[in-house]
Structures are given as structure tokens and as C-alpha cells.
Design a protein around this ligand. Structure first.
Ligand SMILES: [Zn+2]
Length: 280
């Protein structure tokens, strides 16, 4: 997807908003960003997806289904997407011999229109999403916060996660882990840990994967780019700026404490191009 650089890295001075919205910025100066999703193959639990990318109707170009999927705001923001039909997550799975129906669990970092668009291709899946994210997407004004509720296909099952650390009533209560104050161990084996990293959106979460020799942190939009993690850049806006800074501090601490970890930001084309297709 293309967009103004000022959206991803806030410009200095009074023109920051204009630059973020691309007003007065020539289209050829817009930058390309990837829309990312990840397949996790867990040795005993099976297939898990992290985010879902854009639905096939977005590749098809202007049309009723595309408009319906993206909603009134997403439609405007995604006006400059270049995508081929074989780039949907479902098509990419099929190309690797995986039946999309075999994906039992989808973890959503958050529910913005460029992450939840492909949910409809996994009607049998159970979706894990934080409770505040679910409320924010479905609540009043959700469309202005970047959500399209038509993407939340009712055929899927949605399980909302409570990261609050208040009196632990059950064994799967949220715990602190290293830099992160609130985490949930999805399978109870330390393999997939969800870290609550709100700010970009009200209930954003990041995913820590234990690979065979190191960890991978799927940071989502808690950092659009590595420059936000390491070079002081900030996005033009966050749903909650204070929470964003707290989450960023935790991610930065993780980066220091786990120098070998693979960290993947949400929308960084240069970093994305440097990744391998497969990590084990
Ligand atoms: Zn987002």
C-alpha cells in the first residue's frame, strides 16, 4: 500500500498534519509499505495465523465487495493498494499446499482495516483478540478509528482476551514477562506469548514466538518501522499517545535484552524485504 511518509513518521512543525494526510505532497513522494501476515506452524497445536492482510476483493479493484469490506474510511485510505489475487493470505497458503480451512486459530495484533480484511477467508477459525480492541472496533465511532466492522465476519468465533493483572482468578491470568507488564501464554508451553502493547490502537498486542534457536517478536503496528524502535521516529498519530510511549519503551527494553531476537515491525518495506521467507 502507498501512503504519505508523514503518516508513518511524523513531520516536525505545524505542517505535520497536512503531511500525514498527504495534502500538498506529490503522489510520487508517497512511500510503499507492506501489509503483513504470518503463518506459525506449531509442532503440536497446528497452524496459527497472525493477522490476515487484505481480502481478495481488494486485489480485484473498485467494486461493491471491496467497498463493503473496507468500509467508508478504509476505502479512502486504501485507494493506492497494488495487490495481485495470488497475494491473499488464503492463496499464499494454498500455493504452499496448505488448506486455509486447517488454520484453527488467528491471533489479531489489532483489528484495523488493513489487518482484519482477510478474516472472511477463514470462516471456521477462532480469533484471539484483546477485549479493549474488540470493544474499540465495535463501539461508537469505530470507523473513525480505522475499523471496518463488516470485516468481522460472524461465521468466525471471537475470543476476547483480558490482559488485566487484577486479582488473578484463573491460572491463565496475565503475567509480566521481561520487559512486558501484561502477557498471556496462549498454549501454556511458552511457545506463543501475547504481549499487550496498546497505544497505536486501544487493545493492540504483539506476539513473541519461541523458535528453535531464538525468539521472534511480531510487533505489529506498535512500531510501523524499525526507525520508531531505534531512531526516535514517531507515527503521526496514535489512539493513545501515552500508552504508545509505554509500549514502545517495553519493546525497546526487549530489543536490548534480546539482541538476537528477530523483530518485525508492522509497515516497514525495507525491513520486510530483508526478511527470509521462513524461520524455524
Ligand atoms: Zn493499525
Amino acid at each position: 500500500m502507498k501512503g504519505p511518509i508523514g503518516w508513518f513518521h511524523r513531520a516536525k512543525g505545524p505542517t505535520a498534519t497536512l503531511k500525514a494526510l498527504g495534502i500538498g505532497v506529490p503522489a510520487e513522494q508517497n512511500i510503499s509499505v507492506p501489509i503483513v501476515a504470518f503463518l506459525v506452524e506449531h509442532p503440536s497445536v497446528g497452524l496459527l495465523l497472525i493477522d490476515t492482510g487484505f481480502h481478495g476483493s481488494i486485489a480485484d479493484g473498485p467494486g461493491a465487495e471491496r467497498s463493503r469490506n473496507l468500509g467508508p474510511v478504509g476505502r479512502l485510505m486504501a485507494r493506492d493498494v497494488s495487490m495481485r489475487p495470488e497475494q491473499t493470505v488464503a492463496a499464499q497458503l494454498r500455493a504452499r499446499g496448505i488448506d486455509p480451512a486447517d488454520v484453527a486459530v488467528i491471533v489479531m495484533t489489532h483489528l484495523h482495516f488493513d489487518h482484519a480484511s482477510g478474516l472472511a477467508d477463514f470462516p471456521g477459525a477462532t480469533v484471539l483478540v484483546s477485549e479493549p480492541e474488540w470493544q474499540s472496533a465495535r463501539g461508537r465511532g469505530g470507523v473513525l478509528r480505522g475499523y471496518s466492522t463488516t470485516q468481522l465476519d460472524p461465521r468466525l468465533s471471537y475470543r476476547t482476551l483480558d490482559f488485566s493483572t487484577a486479582p488473578a482468578r484463573s491460572s491463565n491470568a496475565s503475567k509480566s514477562r521481561g520487559a512486558f507488564a501484561q502477557t498471556l501464554d496462549v498454549f501454556g508451553d511458552g511457545s506463543v506469548t501475547l504481549a499487550f502493547t496498546p497505544g497505536h490502537s486501544r487493545g493492540h498486542l504483539s506476539v513473541i514466538l519461541r523458535l528453535s534457536s531464538r525468539e521472534a517478536l511480531i510487533a505489529g503496528d506498535a512500531i510501523y518501522t524499525m526507525a520508531t524502535l531505534r531512531d526516535g521516529e514517531r507515527p503521526w498519530r496514535s489512539e493513545d499517545a501515552e500508552a504508545f510511549e509505554q509500549s514502545l519503551s517495553a519493546l525497546q527494553a526487549y530489543d536490548r535484552e534480546q539482541p538476537d531476537a528477530l523483530i518485525v515491525p508492522g509497515h516497514d518495506m525495507e525491513h520486510w524485504r530483508g526478511l527470509e521467507e521462513h524461520y524455524s
